[in-house]
Design a protein around this ligand. Structure first.
Ligand SMILES: [Zn+2]
Length: 184
């Protein structure tokens, strides 16, 4: 079998739109361009690495009342959205909603292809709260708030709604800007 014309070392097995020849799988992954390759059967969207997104630490959040109130707005909106859809929001959906908000605020991508309607509507719901409650807050700060919320949610979640239960108990659903309901 012929060698891949890009690296000239591995075997070319994939018909490539970019070079009109058979290329190897590693060059396929490293050279692909969304605008040329999106129709190709080998194409996969690049995976976003959320662990590298800037985030506040939990102690930074706890020691700063402004940051804490921003975080409460976002988590209070997650609680309110959960109630609106009949308590059907699992941690995995909540985390995905936060990730798509990170896409918007940090990566400048708005791509909801393949996401469930629950997640798509949730992104709109929470983004509405961010636009209202955090409208005067620097975008870098919003990203770091979203980053710490994702971190905490992933740490607390096990299989279902462990994270959501905690924020329902300690944050409570947002009713309007600065107003949340807490039932103890
Ligand atoms: Zn190659």
């Amino acid at each position: 079998m012929a060698k891949c014309p890009i690296c000239n070392s591995r075997q070319g097995k994939r018909k490539c739109f970019l070079v009109d020849d058979l290329i190897c799988s590693r060059c396929c992954v490293s050279k692909r361009k969304a605008e040329v390759c999106s129709e190709c059967g080998f194409y996969q969207k690049p995976k976003i690495k959320y662990n590298n997104v800037p985030a506040y630490s939990t102690s930074e959040m706890e020691s700063n009342m402004d940051l804490e109130s921003y975080g409460n707005s976002v988590e209070g909106a997650l609680c309110a959205y959960d109630i609106e859809i009949g308590n059907m929001l699992n941690d995995s959906d909540a985390i995905r909603i936060i990730e798509l908000l990170i896409n918007i605020h940090h990566f400048n991508v708005q791509d909801t292809e393949g996401e469930s309607q629950t997640i798509i509507n949730g992104v709109g719901f929470i983004e509405g709260t961010i636009k209202e409650d955090l409208k005067d807050v620097n975008n870098d700060v919003i990203v770091k708030i979203l980053g710490v919320i994702r971190f905490v949610a992933k740490r607390r979640s096990k299989t279902g709604k462990e994270y959501m239960r905690i924020i329902h108990q300690y944050v409570g659903p947002r009713i309007s800007s600065g107003i949340r309901i807490l039932k103890r």
